[in-house]
Design a protein around this ligand. Structure first.
Ligand SMILES: [Zn+2]
Ligand SMILES: [Zn+2]
Length: 395
């Protein structure tokens, strides 16, 4: 039996357990950094499989690191398992969880005595918590040669172009007044909030097609007869690259400040959380993935664009990375982050696709470990695409 057969057989053997894990995680949706049930279920499985498991790894109670094999090139396979508020696993992270774990089990079987290290990283809080940036800061990827993860979507795409993103919270501080008796005494923080929103809406006509600005009002006053003295909004700002994001952030800031000037309010602009970088897909590694997906009967293309963000982007600035999107049968108009996608993530068809994706990832990772020429190509591509690792603004 050759290595690919060993990989496929190990993943097929684990498929029933992986299906159980996936449905278990799907029926216990947990938010950012609170994925205790999923963490327990996945680490129990990997422990039983004979991996060397560190629970609560890299300073996060719901992160884990599971290792098999030794020496040789080292490859990270990533699992995600956080859900969304109100709509459960509407991003299908239950499938990402088992794709990473399944690929790790397959890769270990493929290596069988050959030098090479399999590292399955359980990665919390993809939905806004930038868990992988914390993994980076905690040196989880030090010494590793590549990282692979796959994400369900309504279409296949081996090299999605995801956006760099940062959150901004804006506050306006005005002055209360009776809205009928003495409105001229007020400084209307709601007017500032609305003007800031409208300024951003006007800006949207003049920005790149790859830019996004979208937000919600989180505090907008308490009673119509009290001129609001405090309001707050939260926006996400996204661009194709970190350099373009830096430019867009300045323009967003100017819009938000202009609203304060117009109304006489004071503004507080807070760029919060860890930024998500764009995604640098490693071309030779993506090629290997595409080759294996085609061999497994699911040919995958390379589409020019997919509008979203992922903290796997941050990983892609640190080491060679792929993050293919894989199709699960779903209504294209009800994609990720909708209730119908939650349903799609639990279907048998979605599981079957995920199993094939796990095989393709494990085979691609095996190629990188077993063939020094492929590893060299992967490293050269990384060096060419990310000239200054750890300094995204230079890209
Ligand atoms: Zn999502
Ligand atoms: Zn997601």
């Amino acid at each position: 039996m050759d290595a690919y057969e060993r990989i496929d057989r190990a993943i097929d053997t684990a498929s029933e357990d992986l299906r159980r894990l996936s449905l278990d995680i799907h029926s216990h949706p947990e938010l950012n950094f609170e994925e205790h049930h999923a963490h327990q279920a996945l680490t129990d499985f990997l422990d039983a499989e004979g991996f060397e498991v560190v629970r609560g790894a890299h300073t996060m109670p719901t992160a884990f690191r599971a290792v098999a094999g030794s020496g040789g090139p080292s490859v990270a396979l990533l699992s995600e398992y956080d859900a969304l508020p109100g709509i459960g696993h509407a991003c299908g992270h239950n499938l990402i969880a088992i794709a990473g774990v399944g690929a790790g089990v397959g890769l270990r079987a493929g290596l069988e005595g050959r030098p090479g290290t399999v590292v399955i990283l359980g990665s919390p809080a993809e939905e806004g918590g930038a868990g992988k940036q914390i993994l980076i800061e905690q040196h989880a990827f030090d010494g590793l040669d590549a990282a692979l993860m796959a994400h369900p979507a309504p279409m296949d795409n081996a090299t999605p172009k995801v956006q760099a993103m940062q959150h901004v919270r804006v506050e306006y501080f005005g002055r209360n007044a009776h809205a009928a008796a003495m409105p001229w005494m007020g400084l209307n923080a709601l007017d500032a909030l609305v003007l800031g929103y409208n300024a951003l809406s006007v800006l949207r006509q003049q920005i790149l097609p790859t830019d996004r600005i979208h937000g919600v009002f989180t505090q907008a006053g308490v009673k119509p007869n009290i001129i609001p003295d405090y309001t707050e909004a939260l926006y996400y700002v996204r661009s194709a690259t970190m350099a373009e994001l830096a430019n867009l952030k300045e323009r967003v800031k100017a819009c938000l400040e202009s609203a304060a000037t117009a109304t006489g309010c004071r503004v507080g602009i807070h760029w919060e959380g860890r930024p998500y970088t764009d995604l640098v897909s490693n071309e030779p590694l993506a090629e290997r993935y595409c080759t294996h997906m085609a061999a497994l009967g699911l040919p995958v293309g390379k589409l020019p664009w997919f509008g979203a963000s992922t903290d796997m982007g941050n990983v892609s600035y640190v080491l060679p990375t792929i993050h293919p999107m894989f199709c699960i049968p779903s209504d294209p108009l009800n994609a990720n982050h909708t209730a119908p996608f939650t349903e799609a993530a639990a279907t048998e068809e979605a599981h079957e696709r995920t199993i094939r994706v796990a095989k393709a990832m494990a085979r691609a990772a095996y190629d990188l470990i077993a063939d020094p020429a492929i590893l060299a190509q992967v490293k050269a591509d990384f060096a060419a695409q990310v000239p200054a690792p750890g300094d995204p603004l230079k890209r």
